[in-house]
Ligand binder design. Structure first.
Ligand SMILES: [Zn+2]
Length: 351
């Protein structure tokens, strides 16, 4: 699919149908996406709906492990205050049912961890909401009780196998499985892992610091139960500006959503990808990056950074993997004048 269908809606639907038929064996960036050994196993506890699937990008494999998928209690106007209702209606044929429900106007999101295997190491990008966390102002993620670790094991990953955890930023839905409860304590879930956190992000959320974040209530207890325990265990590496993980993977700052938000860029062989965390929350923002979510710490900077990363992705034919897209979970875009058009979805099955 190197050419762009003149009808974006048809293009999106067409690829979705193909990908749904092929499952994880869909084509991605011209490279056959290969299911991992564990990918055929349907997950217990979710009616077998969610699968653990793997694609290959150059020498790196990317596995999707879903913690949650569904409505998150926000209407399109609450989640994306600047987006007109008509725009959602106009795009409902492809936004529904995965990303938005027209009848209720509820936005659907996923919590998922991207598991990368690169140069012999196992790397997790973001760790979801976690189990048993007290979130009085983020009730959606309070006292979760999922079989996420079991799903991770279906992907062939035991906690002690994880070498690196990347927290793209420190919101409650990105650091939850950093820790697990042991008796009265929160302990690192991944005992051998180095946790990579942008220094500016760490300082921003440190309650001893000078700034009160806009989202301080929603993030209540997160520092204490999900960040401090891994720091006190000596497992955190704070990085500034950029951080090279290996010859294929580099972290970059991408401020706006939070001051220390970051993206991970992948370059391996001819393949390119960018894991953009929370730079966007709905695929509508792939085509309309001018709409922010309600969670941006700096609105203006969030807009500029989103556009910058989409431009990089379009120019490099890179797969864009946000933290929260249900459906196929990731997509490629092409430039369309001053805006972007979705070219194709990733080869993951819809969730
Ligand atoms: Zn998030």
């Amino acid at each position: 699919m190197n050419s762009v269908d003149p009808s974006p809606a048809l293009s999106r639907r067409g690829f979705a149908a193909v990908a749904a038929g092929l499952g994880a064996a869909g084509l991605l960036g011209g490279v056959a996406a290969r299911p991992a050994g564990a990918s055929a196993a349907a997950l217990a506890g979710d009616g077998g709906r969610t699968r653990v699937e793997t694609i290959r990008l150059g020498k790196v494999t990317v596995t999707r492990v879903v913690e949650f998928s569904g409505p998150v209690g926000l209407t399109s106007r609450q989640f994306f205050p600047g987006s007109p209702a008509e725009l959602w209606e106009e795009n409902k044929d492809w936004l529904s049912p995965d990303f938005w429900k027209p009848g209720t106007d509820m936005v659907h999101s996923a919590l998922q961890t991207w598991v990368l295997r690169s140069e012999g190491r196992t790397i997790l990008i973001d760790t979801g909401a976690g189990n048993g966390k007290f979130r009085p102002y983020a009730k959606q993620w309070q006292y979760m009780d999922t079989d996420f670790l079991r799903r991770l094991s279906r992907a062939g990953v035991r906690p002690q196998d994880v070498d690196v955890v990347v927290n793209t930023h420190l919101h409650n839905d990105h650091v939850g499985w950093n820790t697990r409860r042991e008796g009265r304590d929160w302990v690192p879930t991944f005992p051998r892992a180095t946790y990579l956190i942008p220094k500016v992000e760490f300082d921003f959320w440190n309650p001893a610091g000078p700034v009160r974040p806009k989202y301080w209530q929603g993030n209540q207890n997160v520092w204490e139960d999900s960040v401090l325990p891994v720091h006190e265990a000596g497992q955190v590496t704070l990085w500034e500006d950029a951080y090279t993980l290996d010859s294929s993977l580099t972290l970059h700052l991408a401020a706006g959503h939070t001051p220390g938000s970051s993206v991970l860029r992948l370059k391996s062989g001819g393949d390119r990808a960018v894991f953009i965390g929370d730079l966007l929350h709905t695929p509508l923002q792939l085509e309309h990056p001018e709409f922010n979510s309600c969670f941006e710490e700096d609105e203006k900077q969030a807009l500029a950074t989103r556009r910058r990363e989409l431009e990089w992705a379009a120019d490099h034919k890179a797969l864009i993997l946000p933290a929260h897209l249900p459906g196929h979970g990731a997509a490629e875009v092409v430039r369309d004048g001053g805006t972007f058009t979705i070219k194709k979805w990733a080869g993951f099955s819809r969730v």
